[in-house]
Structure formats: C-alpha cells, structure tokens
Design a protein around this ligand. Sequence first.
Ligand SMILES: [Zn+2]
Ligand SMILES: [Zn+2]
Length: 293
Amino acid sequence: MKLHNPFTQPGKWYKANFHTHTTTSDGLQSPAETTEAYRQAGYHVLALTDHHKTNDVSALSRKNFLVVSGMEYHPRCPGSKMVHHLVAIGVPGGFGFAEQYPADANACIRAVKAAGGETFLGHPLWCGHRYDMYSYLRGLVGVEVFNSTCGRVGRSDSETDWCHLLDAGRIVPALAVDDSHGEDDRFCGWVWLRMASLTVRSVMNALRTGCYYSSTGPTISDFRVRRGVAEVSCSPVRAIYFVAHSSNGARRLAKTGKSIRKFSHPVGEDWRYVRAVVTDHTGMKAWTNPIKL
Ligand SMILES: [Zn+2]
Ligand SMILES: [Zn+2]
C-alpha cells in the first residue's frame, strides 16, 4: 500500500466512523435513527456495516454528512472453527455472498474490490486470532486497533496485532471504530479523514491511502519526518511515542501534573517505519498511520 501523509495533504478534516450495526443485523436502532445520532454528534461520515447485509443508504445522507454503504462479512478462518470479522466499505446496496460463512476469505476480499469496495480487518484481539490466522489475508486496507464495542469484554485494543503486521513489512494503516450496536459503544473511537471534498470517492481514496489519523480523544495537528527528524504536534497530553520496528522508537513524558504538546526525535537507522501515538491524562489515545522510512 502506498500511504499518503494526511498532515501534508491539502483539504479539510472530516470525522468518520467506519463500523456500525443497525436493526438490519444485531443493532438496536434503525439505519435512520443510527445515522441521525451520528450526524447530531458531529460526524461527517458514517459507514453502515451490518453482518452479512448491506443497507440502502441512498436517502440517509444530509448536508455535510455522508452515509456510506458497507457490510461486515465472515469467511471461515482456515484450520479452526472460527470466522473472520472483515469490514467492507463502499460496496453497493445488494452486495453480498451466497454463503454466510464463505470458505475463501481472500476471494471475498477480491470480490469486494471488484465491486468498488475495500476491506479492513475487524478486531483481531476480540476474535482471539493469532497472527498466523489473519496474516495470510491479502489486499486489506487497514486493521482495527481500537474497537469500542469489544471494550465491553476488555478487548478494545489490537495494537499488538498491528505491530506484528508492520514489523513483518506490511505497512497498513489502523483505524479506531465504534462497531456500534446502539448501546454504550457509540462515539468512542473515530478517524479524521483528510479529503478535498465530502464524497464517497474521496472517502474511498482516503481509506486506500491511509490518509487519516485515528483517535479516542486527543487531536493530532501535525506529524511528519523532516531531514531525518520525526515531529508531531497534538492537543495537551501526558505522553508522546514514536513507535518503529520491533524495539526501536522514542518517548517523551510530561512532568507530573503538566502536559506536553509536541515531540521531535531523530529517526534511528533501524526504525524502518515510524508512527506517532499520544496518550492524554485520562488514558485516551490518538495515533497516526505509519511513514515508511
Ligand atoms: Zn465483528
Ligand atoms: Zn461489527
């Protein structure tokens, strides 16, 4: 994947949630109620991703608020009784698979692409999947690192899985999502897309190029590598990290009772990639997608 750094791209920031359930599958509220709740909460983009089924989203978008068609699908996970939780974005209404649990996940990912969509990997930690159970998947445009609803059983955070993929040279972006079912799982994790305009085409481009950053609270205002130095700026936080290949990276901590808003550090010879993570005083995080070095 060739990634675009959102902090050096022209355009505006648009807030998005890419994983949402409604009464079309196991959510508590209808597509209309769900989309209205997200619009009122200040989001610009919402993807409806019900299990096995798309929604007709044609009448749900509003001024400055775009609803995108999607679907969570569940191919079998080879060598186990488990299934994958893969999230398709940008598939047309009526898209679906003949079987509920198709045998070939990679064929499904290709079918999603052929229909104009893209797939990211849903909540690997909650699934209990080891690295070898998802690393064979090809053509994914991202991995969920924060999933709000998985936090209801203490398994929100799949950052370790992301590290494994990145360290293996799979430079993929990572998303924060709600996976909302209309309970206490809403408005907890989101992405800020950098786009020239609010269209489905722009959303798909941003997903395909990782042109966004993700958050459960803090904001990031800049991240780049300039003359061999990684730099990040953000809202007031307690800690800022540069995360790189395996044991490489750097950290800056605020003094007790204080906050920091920026960090810069030379990139090391063995870093291979660098991404920024910031953590605020309430434990909420934001992170950038990686820059390949
Ligand atoms: Zn799922
Ligand atoms: Zn889901």
